[in-house]
Design a protein around this ligand. Structure first.
Ligand code: AMP
Ligand code: MG
Length: 443
């Protein structure tokens, strides 16, 4: 461990770079298509057949020879009725038509579709019901190719339907289904363990009752917030429970984590307190099989951080598992997660390495601060103003224990060291929740 790092304030960009520098995508796995939403495709998915596989009609109507309709209205003899899923029994000869439903294959001889809305059954022998042998009056002339969907007009056989690296959205899942890809090769969702540490912490009761708190105790909120955040971000959350403030308990929890997880997040125990064992234990483990850095990140909140890469204990190919020792204050742990841990988890999941994306917003009102050598990550509500511009205003209490403030925020405003941002100036915001009109989040 580079102990001197703990004294130096390290700029956030440097910490993000350090965290990303060792991150690698998890090896691809094949999973059922319906489980792949949000995953990153690990190979080009190539269409092995045309989509659609055959020329078919885009409309209900009559398959005709366009030339027969030149002098419309014109009466044609209906020689067949074709629904979707059936194949043509007869072709369309001169003066003939095949009644046809959307999706049915175009019968041989036809080169256009006359839509049913512009066709009339001709009464013959008391029957107005169209069908083989009846006559149909086509009211408008049609051009060759009208309402045809050519074979391969969506995807041609041999073309790339979905490219490697694509984050699969619902329409991609549909496209992959359309080429018959029931299994897809993707980077797996990272399994991320979350462990809370602290003698003061009390578990939630399984029966939903709020356990009485003894003097000095508080409820563990970090683990639940982080497990939910991981689910939001497409990871598989692994609940590693609570560890008390002893070397043994923290070590046992981390050993378990390394045997089951692709990444590990702990909260608490990384500051300067007498019982902050997470950093001590991680330093020891790092000296054995990896690398651990104790850092003071030049941000507020969330200054203390232990960043580790530890050898896996799951019996698989040796690899380094990222471990994030996040600070215990509830807001700090979530801010550290958004700014430092999430970018790494995204790389494990197959995304390109990148710092958290930001959006430009107008300070409304200003976000004033004092110079202290740190970037402030202010919890803000991002909202659309009536003039169509995105605005950011401080949301709720800004102290690092005030989780309720985090809950009304949907972004972290990046306020550089100095005097802050005046009202009406632009600033960058890391968004982490849906953006609505101002006040939609209850500020
Ligand atoms: P620590 O980083 O362990 O010094 O904790 C800093 C502050 O965060 C203390 O006030 C702790 O009680 C609080 N804290 C630590 N872990 C949690 C947790 N899991 N849930 C809620 N608060 C916590
Ligand atoms: Mg603690």
């Amino acid at each position: 461990m580079a102990a001197q790092d703990a004294e130096r304030l390290v700029p956030l960009e440097e910490v993000q770079h350090l965290a990303l520098s060792r991150a690698r995508a998890l090896p691809p796995v094949e999973i059922p298509l319906d489980d792949a939403l949000g995953c990153v495709l690990a190979h080009d998915a190539v269409a092995t057949e045309d989509v659609p596989p055959f020329a078919n009609t885009a409309m209900d109507g009559y398959a005709v020879r366009a030339g027969d309709t030149a002098n419309a209205p014109v009466e044609l003899r209906v020689v067949d009725v074709l629904g979707a899923g059936s194949s043509p029994n007869v072709g369309v000869g001169p003066g003939e038509a095949v009644q046809i439903m959307t999706g049915a294959p175009i019968p041989p001889g036809a080169d256009a579709i006359a839509i049913v809305e512009r066709a009339e059954a001709v009464l013959t022998g008391g029957s107005a019901k169209p069908g083989p042998g009846s006559l149909v009056r086509i009211l408008d002339s049609v051009v060759p190719g009208a309402h045809f969907r050519a074979a391969g007009s969506d995807l041609a056989a041999g073309s790339v339907a979905v490219a490697a690296g694509t984050v699969l959205e619902p329409a991609h899942i549909g496209v992959l289904a359309s080429i018959g890809a029931g299994l897809v090769k993707v980077h797996p969702r990272p399994r991320v363990g979350v462990m809370s540490t602290g003698d003061e912490l009390v578990e939630l009761a399984a029966d939903g009752s709020a356990r009485p708190l003894s003097p000095g105790q508080i409820r563990d909120s970090n683990r639940h917030a982080l497990l939910a955040t991981l689910r939001r971000d497409g990871c598989v959350p692994v609940d590693l429970g609570l560890a008390i403030d002893t070397e043994e308990a923290v070590t046992a929890g981390l050993e378990r984590a390394l045997a089951t997880c692709d990444a590990v997040i702990t909260t608490g125990g990384v500051s300067k307190g007498e019982f902050d064992y997470v950093k001590t234990v991680l330093a020891k483990m790092g000296a054995a099989t990896g690398e651990v850095r104790e850092l003071s990140v030049a941000i507020r909140p969330a200054k203390p951080l232990v960043l580790g890469w530890l050898g896996n204990r799951d019996g698989a190919e040796p690899r380094l598992v990222p471990v994030f020792g996040l600070p215990g204050n509830p807001v700090s742990s979530l801010v550290s997660y958004e700014a430092i841990a999430l970018p790494v988890l995204r790389v494990l999941a197959g995304h390109a390495p990148a710092a958290p994306p930001t959006v430009p917003a107008l300070a409304d009102p200003g976000l004033r601060r004092r110079a202290d050598g740190k970037t402030h990550l202010v919890r803000v509500e991002l909202s659309w103003r009536a003039d169509g511009r995105l605005a950011a205003r401080a949301a709720g209490g800004q102290m690092s224990h005030q989780l309720s403030g985090m809950a009304v925020a949907n972004g972290l405003a990046v306020v550089p060291d100095g005097e802050g941002i005046a009202e009406g100036e632009m600033l960058e915001v890391i968004p982490f929740g849906p953006i609505g009109p101002f006040g939609a989040r209850g500020t």
